[in-house]
Design a protein around this ligand. Structure first.
Ligand SMILES: [Zn+2]
Length: 446
């Protein structure tokens, strides 16, 4: 009895000691746990829990001292609009955009459940769907603002932060209607930051344009015939000639990437999405019959620098000529031009003062920007560029494999924390408006 009570007393004393000695969590540890909390909200398409994400983010915004409004431009698709008021609100504003939805995952192929936000202590990796694409960026904006506010910084211009729905399914319920809304016009946005990609090397990647998707189907018709007969002009023969020509073109583009002559975003990519032909039976296909129809589906991505007319001519003359009984149809054909007829790209050189500010801000936070690139796929940034706004795609993740949409998507906590510092520097630079002075002529235009 006596022994048991002594043990109990000792245990209690130890617990009290341990409790008193445990330090309160560091600001970094708190930032990490807020990131994990956001990652744990299941916002995977096709049924994202937007209500939970918006409730969490509104709480974060309140803690960071930001004004918040929830817009619902499409029913059931909340878009959270936050504002950090500048002391000179008539200046053009900055918009920091991120999307709240994520792509689905196959949990059984992950080492940690995709919405556990498990922190692997030895490696410092946080595993979660959205850890790279792009809940990291949204939270880094907010963390950077918290730090700037507690350092007493006040922006000159208004800083807006948007958390938008549906990027992963095309942005039709999010940024697409947003850019034509009255709310957006009233914001007087001058520059948008949106998502980029992780970089396995030391340099951060930054994107100034995107390739435009062309989704194309080519259909062939031809005389049907016995499977034993050799004759010209069958649908399959007509289509396969096109497939061969398309493959040659694909190889020529891919070779430019393989040789290092061009970056992935600078070439026209062509990939076969499906092939459809044959006469089905309950167990397979009729084997002794040449079908009268055959079809191929292509996913083509065009950089804004591409010669579009030449490509269209190639399509009509070589890939789908009527002389071979071929027809084509675009399921999607996005223009490479903005609404003013110019290639939809943002200048990433000294002609654009925003670029200079961005580059210097990253540098002064001990980061390095790689050469600006064309994003190989599509993001919401295209809607901003379409209406003529400059937009850069940037997600500060160096030394990180590209795992967006992949199994075991992760971001290390050190890279995440470093990214907060990068945004602190960027937001400070972009928010500051310098009047007068000798070399401020270009800045005065901002
Ligand atoms: Zn994304």
């Amino acid at each position: 009895m006596a022994t048991a009570s002594t043990t109990l007393l000792l245990s209690l004393a130890f617990l009290a000691f341990a409790w008193a000695a445990s330090p309160s969590p560091s600001p970094d540890a708190e930032a990490i746990s807020r990131f994990q909390e956001y990652l744990r909200i299941d916002t995977a398409q096709p049924a994202p829990d937007y209500a939970a994400a918006v409730a969490f983010l509104r709480k974060q915004a309140a803690d960071a001292g930001l004004e918040a409004r929830t817009l619902e431009l499409v029913a059931g698709k909340p878009l959270l609009l936050l504002r950090w008021p500048g002391r000179r609100p008539s200046l053009p504003s900055i918009l920091l955009n991120s999307h709240t939805d994520v792509v689905p995952s196959e949990p059984n192929k992950w080492d940690h459940p995709p919405f556990s936000a498990a922190l692997d202590e030895p490696s410092g990796r946080i595993y979660a769907r959205g850890s790279q694409d792009m809940k990291c960026v949204g939270m880094q904006y907010l963390e950077a603002i918290r730090r700037l506010r507690s350092a007493g910084f006040v922006p000159d211009r208004n800083i807006y932060i948007t958390f938008v729905p549906d990027e992963e399914i095309g942005g039709h319920g999010g940024v697409e209607p947003f850019v034509s809304s009255k709310e957006f016009k009233d914001m007087n946005v001058a520059l948008v930051l949106d998502e980029g990609l992780a970089s396995p090397g030391e340099e951060y990647r930054v994107f100034y344009a995107e390739r435009s998707p062309w989704w194309l189907t080519i259909k062939a018709t031809g005389a049907p015939g016995h499977g034993a007969k050799l004759y010209d002009g069958s649908a399959m023969e007509n289509l396969m000639k096109s497939v061969e020509a398309i493959r040659r073109f694909r190889t020529s583009q891919f070779d430019l990437v393989k040789s290092g002559e061009k970056a992935e975003g600078d070439v026209v990519s062509v990939n076969f999405a499906y092939l459809k032909a044959g006469t089905p039976t309950p167990t397979g296909f009729v084997m002794n019959l040449q079908p009268s129809e055959a079809e191929v589906g292509l996913d083509i991505r065009i950089p804004p620098s591409a010669h579009v007319e030449a490509l269209e001519r190639r399509l009509v003359e070589e890939w789908a000529p009527p002389s071979r009984n071929l027809t084509f149809e675009f399921k999607q054909k996005m223009s490479v031009l903005d609404n003013f007829g110019k290639p939809a790209m943002t200048a990433a050189d000294s002609t654009n003062p925003w670029w200079t500010l961005l580059e210097e801000a990253v540098k002064s936070a001990d980061g390095k920007l790689g050469k600006a690139e064309i994003f190989p796929a599509s993001t919401d940034a295209r809607y901003f560029r379409k209406i003529g706004l400059p937009a850069f795609g940037f997600s500060p993740m160096a030394n990180t494999p590209i795992l967006l949409h992949d199994h075991n998507e992760f971001l290390s906590k050190d890279e995440y924390l470093k990214g907060i510092g990068i945004y602190e520097s960027i937001i400070r630079a972009l928010a500051t408006h310098e009047d007068g002075g000798k070399d401020d002529e270009s800045r005065a235009e901002l």
